[in-house]
Design a protein. Sequence first.
Length: 130
Amino acid sequence: MDRRRRDLVETIMAALGGPSVVNDLTQVTVRKAAELVVLAEATRAGMLNGVVTDITALIRIEGEARRACRALGLKIEAASGPPRGLERARARWAQQESQESNKAAKAARRGKQSAKRERPPGHDPTQETD
C-alpha cells in the first residue's frame, strides 16, 4: 500500500506541475488525497475478496477521496478509443475464437484421416465403378 501511495503522490504532483511549483499546503492535500484513494482501493479489494466491510464506510471513503482529488483541481481526461480493459477483453475473445477455429480445423482433418484409414488396403478410389 505504501508503494501505491508514493506512486499516486508522484503522479498527482506531476499533474500539478511538479514539487517545485506546488506549495507546502498543497503537498499536504496531495498526500491526503493519495492516502484516501489507497484506503478506498484497499477497502474495496478487501470487500471483493470476502472481508466483511461496511459498505457505507466504503462509499464515504470513496466520496472523500473524490472530493480531495477535486479540491486539487485534477481533471480526468477521457482516453481516446475504448478503455484498456475492453481492449484486453476483445483481444482475449479474438484469441479464444482463433483457438476454437483451430480446434475445429484439427477435428475436421482428423475426421478425413480416419475416413481414409477405413478403406481396405489396396483400394484405389480412381478405379471405382458404379
